[in-house]
Design a protein around this ligand. Structure first.
Ligand code: HSE
Length: 413
């Protein structure tokens, strides 16, 4: 039987307002916010003024409030709120992927010590119910990989650049105006946000706590006319693609990189703010989940589902984490990569004979390890090089295009 929750809500921005809209339209589920804590009390709100406070302790000290819903932007403050609430034996719903990814082990422990529940479906891929799916549905099947598109803003920007010929800056501006991007959009476009989400999924898919600092991430911020021309000439598009993949029985690799894909790829038609998760099970093979990954209403809907789950005392069981010997994180995996930029910047990293000059810049194709990318990360970024993985099971489209580079292809030494 579900129980009545007394909720303290932190944040009434895009997602908080979205949650409120979803909740007021829910026929079955009713939840009441006792208090809403906001940063700017002077702003006009859609709800009665006495519901709001700028003092977090009015919520955290209130013993009647048994559930904290944390939807604020400042991750340091969010961390303090989550930790304090758990210590005060309140259940917590959060959408804050950075806090979760950076403090997973501590948050697991706090839940156990205080016998409370922290749930966070809205932190990963907005409206796609992926965490509980990995946790409950795939609780016993051995998984091989989890990958996809986990950042709505980057996918929106890429779709606008390629399909509508918008400039990068205009597309980013639109993503910000629509409330998809983080306050600091470098988290989106440089691949940090999908890395945090990948770290959270590693726990629920493989029972592994990864250190996000050891997971390589590169994003779409150095995309150039070379990639636009590539799309125009060949149809090869780019998606920002986080990957978790078992390498063998004891090791897992994890990274975030853009990927060159052709129209035969499952993610090719996943556009705008849509996200996708490809789950590959040893026996179930590939499953594809698609849904809106950003925006107030899809994310608010995931938060509502978490609140509803708390009303019947739901907790993640973390079965895979408790039962498995932890898989080791391996960055020595060699992957086929595409590098583009101006030829001088490429020559700073590669030998000149390896660079293929095109009308719009230079291109190098090379097989390198993730460790190689980690070592050269600052130089690649300083040289504004765009780096992408090349879809390995490439259909003829990518194979045909790659042929022109045959003499330039080098392998890791
Ligand atoms: N900035 C994030 C995105 C919001 O674009 O996906 C949802 O987590």
């Amino acid at each position: 039987m579900s129980k009545q929750l007394t909720i303290g809500l932190f944040g009434f921005g895009c997602v908080g307002q979205g949650l409120y809209d979803v909740l007021t339209n829910s026929v079955q589920f009713k939840a009441d916010f006792k208090k809403i804590c906001i940063k700017h009390p002077e702003k006009k709100r859609t709800l009665p003024g006495d519901l709001f406070t700028a003092n977090k302790w009015e919520l955290l000290n209130d013993e009647e409030i048994d559930t904290i819903v944390e939807l604020i932007d400042d991750s340091n403050e969010a961390y303090e709120i989550i930790v304090t609430a758990l210590r005060r034996k309140k259940n917590v719903v959060t959408a804050n992927k950075k806090v979760l990814a950076e403090h997973l082990e501590e948050l697991l422990l706090l839940q156990k010590e205080n016998n409370v529940s922290l749930i966070y479906e809205a932190a990963v891929c907005g409206g796609i119910p992926i965490i509980r799916t990995l946790e409950e549905y795939y609780d016993n099947e051995s998984l091989q990989s989890v990958s996809g598109i986990f950042n709505g803003s980057s996918n929106f920007i890429l779709s606008k650049i390629f399909r509508e010929n918008l400039s990068y800056d205009d597309a980013l501006k639109q993503a910000q105006e629509l409330g998809f991007a983080e306050t600091d959009p470098t988290l989106d476009v440089e691949g940090f946000d999908p890395k945090f989400k990948l770290t959270i999924l590693a726990l629920h898919a493989f029972g592994v706590v990864l250190n996000p600092e050891q997971v390589f991430n590169s994003g779409i911020n150095h995309i150039s006319d070379t990639e636009k021309k590539l799309y125009k000439d060949t149809g090869i598009a780019i998606k920002l693609n986080p990957v978790l993949k078992k390498v063998n029985d004891t090791e897992l690799t994890a990274f975030v990189l853009p990927q060159l894909i052709d129209p035969s790829h499952k993610l090719y038609e996943v556009n705008n703010e849509y996200n996708a998760v490809i789950v590959e099970g040893v026996f179930s093979n590939e499953q594809l989940f698609i849904g809106k990954g950003a925006g107030g209403h899809p994310t608010g809907s995931a938060v509502l589902s978490d609140i509803s789950a708390l009303s019947y005392d739901y907790k993640y069981s973390y079965k895979k984490y408790s039962s498995s010997t932890q898989l080791r994180h391996n960055n020595q995996i060699e992957i086929p990569l595409y590098f583009s930029g101006d030829t001088e910047s490429l020559a700073d990293i590669f030998e000149e004979k390896q660079i293929t000059e095109t009308e719009t810049g230079g291109i190098v194709l090379a097989k390198k390890t993730i460790d190689w990318l980690i070592v050269l990360k600052d130089r690649l970024s300083k040289n504004k090089l765009f780096v992408a993985q090349i879809h390995e099971d490439a259909s003829s489209g990518i194979k045909k295009w790659k042929k022109q580079f045959e003499n330039a292809v080098i392998t890791a030494s």
